[in-house]
Design a protein around this ligand. Sequence first.
Ligand code: SAH
Ligand code: SF4
Length: 324
Amino acid sequence: MFKWISRGARGFPDITSLGKEEREDLARRFSLRSTERGGRLEDRDGTVKIRVNLRDGAGTEAVLLKDREGRGTACVSTQAGCPVGCVFCKTGSLGFLRNLDAGEMVEQFLHIREIGAERGGEVGHLVFMGMGEPLLNLEELRRAIGIITDPRGLGLSKRRITVSTSGIAGGIRALADQSPPPRLAFSLISAREELRNDLVPSGKTNPLTRIKEALAHYQDKTGQRITLELVLLGGVNTGAEEAAAIRNFARGLDVVVNLIPWNPVEGLGFRGRALREPSPAEVGALARLLERGGLNVTRRFRRGRGVSGACGQLGCVDREGQPR
Ligand code: SAH
Ligand code: SF4
């Protein structure tokens, strides 16, 4: 049963290893899935965003992303809304509704795999980068990773799973001690503590020194390179002072810095000013300063913006999948 369910059976009739009567009996008493695929939005670049309806009427969102080679990645949510409230993030502006359970996370992955299959493409990577802060829902996250990596079911390699966190130090340590630990991405945003605390409110209880120690522990345990995500806000965190602080933070860690130009969300501002996208010159200058300091730098493609399915734009569709 575990094998059939985790490999994507949608209902008992799909489980052909059971007798007909048995299947009918089970179907009368149980349902295989607790979530339903709601409306979807598709971007010209191949990104598909779906609303996932939860059994209590709440909803969350999951995204299929395609890279230039056509490989698919599922981006999955861990909470409905998010309690952290980063000032640049649509999800953060919605507030927090509730944690998702492991089944609700696994089913998002199954829905996205099905959409990938309908379009003739494999979805071989999973990122927990949708709505919510994964490490504030650690037990269910762990269970979901355990199910998805179980060789009796989907058997996805832990190397193909990435968890992104806004920096919950205790959670990073706990995840490191988990077997199998996934890849880790940390949303650094700014390495200047005061600025960071204003942008990422969870920073106030998770100082950068504690986060850095936790990242070092993660690296010791797993031997993995960690991604530092920098959402670039025009005129806020793109200057030379920021570059120096980032280099200082990264010292002693094995990291790759991922530059993510801010994806616009209407109505969000900071310190009395509307947020704006960074100019290409700002992005280029920061990248050069970091590289000159010996850091590996990558830039994230702008994908999914046509369906508000890009980073930080989740929380924009209603039950029917219409933008709101
Ligand atoms: N809560 C986790 C994971 C979900 S957010 C975290 O914060 O890491 C996934 C990524 O989207 C994070 O790196 C976050 O900083 C980034 N993000 C949030 N809002 C964004 C926006 N408007 N534009 C670009 N990236 C954004
Ligand atoms: Fe939550 Fe991540 Fe958005 Fe911050 S960036 S509000 S932690 S989902």
